[in-house]
Ligand binder design. Structure first.
Ligand code: FAD
Length: 438
């Protein structure tokens, strides 16, 4: 059965583009197709776009959840040819040209999959069941509640070992997410814990950043990696290189070399894999967990089905293993696809996509960041201001920009992370759970 839901633009006699996923790629695509000769239907299992780069600030109580999210309905409301339905795509039938969702089937003329990625535990379910993740707002709120609960629990700890376990935070993966999270937790230790938990010895709180590599920010320049490591150490983060975590039971972390570490909290930031949807296996690179796409983002061998962003694997130029799974790649691909769909509607040939790498940046606490822009690598306060400006401008929604700017100003002037409320207590999961939004 096809979905019986009527969509306001049904009377328009135009081909229907169904976009699954309103992340960086999907949102950019629908905005570019606004007013173009297509009917567009955005499907997302959430009702809002989430700005991932600032999730760690929600997790560490610097920003409220709603300041980094934007409801799809607000975006779509003024667009006459675009509609939104909250639905989770569970399969695609490319022969019948339908997307199957938890709310029925949606037919398409052109399908665009922009479903992003999920946390990759590399098959280790022993870690997956106990580790915390940072891929959605609800997970960021879990991390926030967890560390605040741990602070409170530490005050009731029976002995020093117990207290240290409550105050031991281990982050696996020294990429931008791990580095930014570690820096933010270290700032909390140096400010909030010292000032507001006076009965606790703040030096018992330890923040570990663990990586199997031998440098932090491995994809950045060596200069930026070295600067980031220095900043982390200045803040008191303990970095453990060439260490591979093999197990975690909620109280104890086990490493491949047999060593162990007592810790209530393990945050996994060591990798992602594309979120594939059943039905299109023929066009998928299962090992990479991404769809193989040509230079026009069409999934190989599947006519009229395209993939964008984290879930797309396009080999072009020097990107033999595909583009990095970052927001600029998703946005650039979406822009090119929108242009190409318009060209296609006019009967013109499509133009191949070429990725423009605009550089990388990460922040490690107040006044500290690293930026790589082509041949230029810089750190310190200039990099920090650059990081803030770029992230502020990239946020979706004017209100969000104002709220985030105000929160940052307040935090950096007052030295306080003010949003430290345990509203929805975090209960550690006992068994592996497949989070539908992760
Ligand atoms: C914590 C964190 C920090 C990051 N920091 C940076 C950074 O600083 N700079 C940077 O460039 N990149 C960063 N990234 C990476 C960046 O967020 C991704 O590369 C980018 O979001 C990819 O865009 P996308 O559109 O492919 O997927 P996403 O933005 O992940 O969007 C996917 C969308 O699809 C929806 N969806 C998924 N499955 C289904 C389904 N079955 N049915 C319906 N809807 C579905 C999801 O709800 C979501 O809205 C970060 C990522 C994380 C997790």
């Amino acid at each position: 059965m096809s979905t019986a839901v009527r969509i306001a633009y049904d009377d328009l006699d135009l081909p229907l583009v169904v976009v699954v996923g309103g992340g960086f790629a999907g949102l950019e695509l629908i905005q570019q197709l606004d007013g173009k000769p297509y009917k567009v239907l955005l499907l997302d299992k959430q009702n809002h776009h989430c700005f991932h780069p600032l999730l760690y600030q929600v997790a560490t109580a610097s920003l409220s959840a709603d300041s980094i999210a934007h409801p799809f309905r607000r975006t779509v409301a003024p667009m006459r040819n675009v509609a939104f339905r909250m639905a989770c795509a569970t399969a695609v039938d490319p022969v019948r040209k339908v997307v199957i969702t938890d709310h029925g089937e949606f037919p398409y003329d052109i399908l665009v999959l922009a479903t992003g990625s999920r946390t990759n535990f590399f098959g280790n379910s022993a870690i997956g069941s106990g580790a915390m993740r940072l891929k959605s707002i609800s997970q960021a709120l879990d991390i926030r509640s967890d560390f605040l609960q741990d602070f409170e629990a530490a005050l009731y700890a029976q002995d020093e070992t117990d207290q240290r376990r409550c105050l031991n935070f281990t982050i696996v993966g020294a990429g931008p997410t791990g580095v930014e999270l570690a820096g933010a937790l270290a700032e909390i230790k140096n400010t909030v814990l010292k000032r507001e938990y006076r009965e606790l010895h703040s030096d018992r709180m330890r923040i570990w950043l663990v990586d199997s590599n031998d440098r932090v920010l491995a994809h950045f320049s060596e200069q930026s990696s070295a600067n980031a490591l220095r900043y982390l150490r200045e803040l008191g983060v303990e970095v453990r290189f060439r260490a591979r975590v093999t197990g975690f039971d909620g109280r104890m972390i086990t490493f491949q070399d047999g060593s162990t570490m007592e810790s209530n909290t393990l945050i996994w930031a060591a990798g992602v894999k594309g979120r594939l949807i059943p039905g299109l296996e023929a066009g998928a690179d299962i090992a990479a967990s991404r769809y193989r796409v040509d230079r026009f983002n069409q999934i190989e061998g599947v006519p009229d089905v395209f993939a964008l962003g984290d879930v797309a694997l396009m080999r072009e130029g020097s990107w033999e293993r595909g583009h990095p799974q970052v927001a600029p790649a998703a946005v650039q691909q979406a822009r090119t696809l929108a242009e190409n769909l318009v060209r296609r509607a006019k009967g013109r040939p499509m133009r191949p996509f070429t990725y423009r790498d605009k550089g990388s940046m990460a922040t490690i606490g107040r006044y500290k960041a690293v930026v790589d822009l082509g041949r230029f690598h810089f750190g310190g306060i200039v990099a920090w201001l650059t990081w803030m400006f770029v992230h502020l401008m990239a946020l979706v929604g004017f209100r969000n920009r104002v709220v985030v700017l105000f929160n940052w100003a307040w935090k950096y002037l007052s030295w306080k992370n003010t949003i430290r409320l345990i509203i929805r207590p975090y209960v550690p999961k006992k068994a592996p759970v497949e989070d539908p939004i992760a």
